[in-house]
Design a protein around this ligand. Structure first.
Ligand code: HEM
Length: 401
């Protein structure tokens, strides 16, 4: 299967960046392919900063590996950082390692075993209960949109009745580049909501993530309330927006190919390769950023110190030098690993959680929705976006239960 949707007129890098990473761009891949071929490290102005846009897999990999030359500090100063506060995606060196160690236990394989998968399954089935009798649904609006955040609020220890409000804030936070007023309002609301909760947890930590963060120490010092709140904001965006789109794009790929859907329904060991191929084919986060600490050179292009480096994971994962016939979704693809979770020190801290959640969620949908297929009367779904990428909707029909 190949992506067939095309923009009206040819998409340029300037348009992609000017329209903002949150714009509903449907098909950036021909642009990425042209850049990989002609200008793999392209100089460009972005948000008023001199920047380069990097599209080939090997260059992306080399940049992420070299965390001393390519700092993450731009993540602390621009875009989503403005509403999240100071978090580990914008930290370097020792400070980063120390803070990262704090959340690792909460999302480590050990924490994801035991009762956790059953809790997640219950959450998935609870959401499906609300629409399984209808015989039709929009799997984005009715399922993938809520499910990862619902799991996350469980990990955080938030009351279930607050989930929906919290999710709206998470979405507003991640839209700060497009609508700063909305982003800042949500940042304040999450702070107002979390501050008394953090205070209560300091007295009675319990065994949820917020409780653990309030008692954790970095270099002998506890995190401040502000730091705990920033951490939670990061996790909500990092954990909810991404897995939501991964599941949506995996369903999109399977629904577009009924033979694949039938094969996965019959043999659930295929869920894992479908998710891996989805991460490569429609990477939920297409673009991450770094900043040069010293003058650098990538693929023969000089990048002066202080330049922003736009690292295009979505393009690297379609690089024909690494993945033969890269635009084709092929769940039987073997060999080279994708880079959708990043690489190096900032490699996604929640990758195992994301895969576990997505696996349990897809299995629950396949168990509960027999004869699942796209609604032929609905507007065709499109996978859209750059900062976060996934289908706009997935209208389906099935045999109601
Ligand atoms: C399909 C789902 C996901 C994708 C594609 C994804 C992707 C990424 C990527 C590309 C990075 C690297 C950022 C950089 O290098 O600047 C990252 C970092 C991170 N992710 Fe994920 N992520 C996903 C799910 C999750 C989940 C469920 C969590 C929840 C715990 C999470 C938490 C984090 C955190 C805390 C970081 C920062 C790590 C650091 O800076 O050391 N992610 N993620």
């Amino acid at each position: 299967m190949t992506t067939t949707h095309r923009e009206a007129g040819e998409l340029t890098l300037e348009t992609l960046l000017l329209s903002g990473a949150m714009a509903p761009i449907a098909d950036p891949y021909p642009l990425y392919a042209r850049l990989r071929r002609e200008e793999p490290v392209k100089k460009v102005g972005w948000s008023g900063h001199p920047s380069v846009f990097v599209t080939r897999f090997d260059d992306v990999h080399a940049i992420l590996r070299n965390h001393e030359l390519f700092s993450s500090r731009s993540n602390a100063e621009r875009g989503i950082a403005l509403v999240m506060g100071r978090t580990l995606i914008g930290m370097d060196g020792h400070e980063h390692l120390k803070h990262r160690a704090l959340i690792t236990p909460a999302v480590a394989p050990r924490a994801l075993r035991g009762e956790f998968p059953d809790v997640v399954k219950r959450i998935a089935h609870g959401i499906i209960d609300a629409f399984s009798g209808r015989g039709e649904a929009d799997l984005v609006a009715d399922f993938t949109f809520f499910y990862p955040l619902r799991v996350f609020t469980e990990i955080l220890g938030l009351p279930p009745e607050d989930v929906e409000t919290f999710h709206h804030w998470a979405i507003d936070l991640s839209h700060v580049a497009k609508d700063p007023a909305r982003g800042f309002a949500a940042s304040q609301k999450t702070k107002d909501y979390l501050a008394p909760l953090v205070e209560r947890k300091r007295a009675h930590p319990g065994n949820d993530l917020i409780g653990e963060l309030t008692t954790a120490e970095v270099d002998g010092e506890r995190l401040t309330d502000e730091e705990v709140i920033s951490f939670v904001r990061l996790l909500v965006i990092a954990g909810a927006e991404t897995t939501y789109h991964l599941m949506g794009s995996a369903l999109f790929a399977m629904l577009a190919d009924p033979e694949l859907l039938a094969a996965v329904r019959a043999d659930r060991s295929l869920v894992a390769p479908v998710l891996e191929e989805t991460l490569r084919w429609e990477s939920p986060i297409q673009l991450i950023t770094r900043e040069t600490v010293e003058d650098a050179s990538v693929a023969g292009v000089e990048i002066p110190r202080g330049h922003e480096v736009l690292v295009c994971l979505g393009s690297a994962n379609r690089d024909e030098r690494r993945f033969p016939d890269p635009d084709r979704f092929d769940a039987r693809r073997r060999g080279e690993a994708h880079i959708a979770f990043g690489f190096g020190r900032h490699y996604c801290a929640g990758s195992r959680l994301a895969i576990l959640e997505a696996t349990l969620g897809l299995n629950a949908l396949l168990d509960r929705l027999p004869d699942l297929h796209l609604d032929p009367a609905a507007e065709p779904a499109r996978v859209i976006g750059v900062a976060f990428r996934g289908p706009d909707h997935l209208r389906v029909r099935f045999r109601s239960q």
